[in-house]
Design a protein around this ligand. Structure first.
Ligand code: UDP
Ligand code: MG
Length: 139
């Protein structure tokens, strides 16, 4: 076990549906510490850059359209095994397969509109957190 940092995004579907408070509550109840939190509206080039790893996937264009369709809330989180801990709380990518105690099970719709993002590794988090939060701005 180690103290890690991870990036969470509350996606446009969850923001539009008024689920920011519910999701932040689940994050806080889980014991993860919020280091930074901000609402942003991604531009198309920013969303393409953030999801560049998926550029060749068939869902890429739809993903970029979705992620730029409205404001998102970005959070830098810290805690014991924060990457796996937040991924576990999120649930699987396909919301229809997510358990009722997970964020995606509670607030997601399907494999695309799935309420939240989470870094998939410590190394990924180390790139994704500075995408939104200059290190000097984190508590
Ligand atoms: N996505 C999609 N269709 C798919 C797979 C993924 O629209 O078949 C979207 C979905 O919003 C997902 C994001 O692309 O959260 C990134 O996919 P990834 O496989 O990295 O899933 P995640 O890490 O978010 O669980
Ligand atoms: Mg991913």
């Amino acid at each position: 076990m180690a103290i890690e940092r991870t990036l969470a995004i509350i996606k446009p579907d969850a923001v539009a549906d008024g689920n920011v408070g519910g999701i932040v509550g689940m994050i806080e109840a889980s014991g993860l510490r919020i280091l930074g939190m901000r609402m942003v509206r991604l531009t198309v080039p920013q969303a393409q850059a953030f999801y560049a790893i998926h550029a060749q996937r068939p869902f890429f264009e739809g993903l970029v359209a979705f992620m730029t369709s409205g404001p998102v809330v970005v959070l830098a989180l810290e805690g014991e095994d924060a990457v796996a801990s937040w991924r576990g709380l999120m649930g699987p990518t396909d919301s229809t397969k997510a358990g009722p105690d997970t964020v995606r099970g509670r607030y997601g719709e399907d494999v695309s509109r799935n309420a939240v993002h989470g870094s998939d590794a410590v190394q990924t988090a180390a790139v994704e957190i500075p995408f939104f939060f200059p290190t000097c701005q984190l508590i």
